[in-house]
Design a protein around this ligand. Structure first.
Ligand SMILES: Cc1ncc(COP(=O)(O)O)c(C=O)c1O
Length: 455
């Protein structure tokens, strides 16, 4: 099939562009006969069609044509040890060779839990689910049961999965955000239930306004859900004082504090953000890096809260799922967690991230383009702005046109960055100094183009 002429916004790859586009395009045409947009997660769609991939190893992906890409997205940051990490894949292959898939308990699930208990400070009890969204749904159910209250509070801009009532105020449009000290709660999707209208949206890192809102709504609030670092809008750490305020206030007001550690978990430290901040929430959700790309998530929390789900004691809160603790996923976790436990993987990622940060700072100075890289644990986000970023409102002014140039030039170099200007890129321990140098080389070309387009 012939490639279509390049459309607006389409990335022109150097070299064998015709061949590249023809195979991915023909797969897209086949897929989109049956699948809306030809993709199974909307974030994978890009105009005029997505690229379809065939295999992955280490820091690289190969598309259906066999062309190699440096991956700086790493399975939405879940693949912390690199694609096809030998230890992990051997454990999965071993599990597969024994034929067990799901629906029963396995030794690997027990081992994975013991490893978690050894890594996470103040570990209570834990239960497995498959995805972060499910883990957060379970956590809210436990919180509602525990408090007898219904509503939930979350930080402005934060993403916690695709279900109501948490799928509100995620990347809201600037004209929808409402007053800074009382943010609006615009839905992030059509079709959410009424519960989404009840969500209280907190101004992240604004202690006074947050305290006012929590006190005002305390009698209705079952939980406060917070990502200790807002990573789905780049990389915005909570101040220690802000998290401490959330901890103290939720304790005082009888609200369940939930840390969403889907992205901070295991990347910031072996014990996640909880270890970094020295603050223990009531419940915590984990996933992603826990199993290096295999579908596993967890809810960990205080013994008495998780006891409500205990079938051996007639716990009233249900916890079921055909694929919970799937044989391959728990085998992956049991092999992944030992590689994350001593802090050396995190140190490697911080060193590589430092090279990215220093390189962008130098490019920003050289080309006179205001930019900064935020990140840790291999997460990194280029912000094109001059003022410090403390929450969604300061992040949303990052120049999307400059990010689009960076994204396009990187694609021309066959380097994959997130298409969304406010998300987060991710490295793995399989990335090397040479990979960072390749990224910075592409970035330099992008900065030169940004300067040309401003003069
Ligand atoms: C912070 C955070 N919470 C929750 C989720 C939802 O996880 P999942 O996509 O596994 O449902 C994500 C996913 O990107 C996330 O980044």
């Amino acid at each position: 099939m012939r490639a279509r002429a390049a459309g607006r916004g389409q990335t022109a790859l150097p070299g064998d562009q015709e061949k590249q586009l023809s195979t991915s395009q023909s797969l897209y045409e086949r897929a989109s006969r049956h699948v809306p947009g030809g993709v199974h997660s909307n974030t994978r769609f890009q105009a005029p069609h997505p690229v379809y991939f065939h295999r992955a190893e280490g820091a690289y992906l190969w598309d259906v044509e066999g062309d190699r890409y440096l991956d700086c997205t790493m399975g939405n940051a879940s693949v912390m040890l690199g694609h096809a990490c030998p230890d992990v894949d051997e454990a999965v292959a071993d599990a597969v060779s024994r034929g067990l898939t799901t629906g029963v308990e396995t030794e690997a699930a027990v081992t994975a839990v013991e490893l978690l208990a050894g890594m996470i400070p103040d570990f209570g009890r834990v239960r497995f689910a498959n995805t972060g969204t499910e883990a957060l749904m379970h956590a809210l159910t436990i919180a509602r049961h525990h408090t007898g209250r219904e509503r939930v509070a979350k930080a402005e801009g934060a993403y916690h999965g695709w279900f109501d009532p948490l799928w509100v105020s995620t990347w809201p449009a600037p004209d929808q955000v409402g007053p800074a000290d009382r943010p609006a709660a615009p839905p992030s999707s059509a079709g959410l239930s009424r519960s989404a209208q009840d969500t209280v949206v907190l101004p992240f890192n604004d202690a006074a306004a947050t305290e006012r809102l929590l006190r005002e709504h305390a009698s209705d609030l079952a939980s406060v859900v917070v990502e200790p670092v807002l990573i789905d809008i780049g990389y915005i750490p909570a101040t220690g004082e802000y998290l401490r305020l959330l901890r103290d206030l939720t304790t005082e007001l009888g609200i369940v504090l939930i840390f969403d550690e889907l992205l901070t978990g295991f990347r910031l430290a072996p014990g996640g953000a909880r270890q970094v901040y020295g603050i223990t929430p009531d419940l915590t959700t984990y996933g992603k890096a826990i199993s290096n790309g295999y579908p596993l998530a967890a809810v960990e929390g205080r013994v008495e809260l998780l006891a409500a789900t205990d079938p051996s004691r007639g716990g009233p809160v249900g916890w079921v799922g055909t694929y919970n603790g799937h044989g391959s996923a728990v085998a992956a976790a049991a092999a992944t967690l030992p590689l994350l436990a001593d802090g050396s993987a995190q140190a490697r990622l911080d060193r590589l991230g430092g090279l990215v940060r220093d390189g962008f700072a130098e490019l920003s100075r050289t080309y006179g383009i205001p930019a900064m890289i935020a990140g840790a644990g291999g997460h990194f986000q280029p912000y094109f702005l001059s003022e410090p970023v403390t929450g969604y409102r300061t992040a949303m002014v990052s120049d999307p046109a400059r990010y689009a140039i960076l994204h396009r030039v990187a694609r021309e170099h066959r380097i994959l960055l997130p298409a969304k200007p406010l998300l987060h890129a991710a490295l793995s321990t399989a990335h090397t100094d040479a990979d960072v140098a390749a990224l910075l080389k592409a970035a330099e070309e992008a900065f030169a183009e940004m300067r040309r387009s401003t003069t």
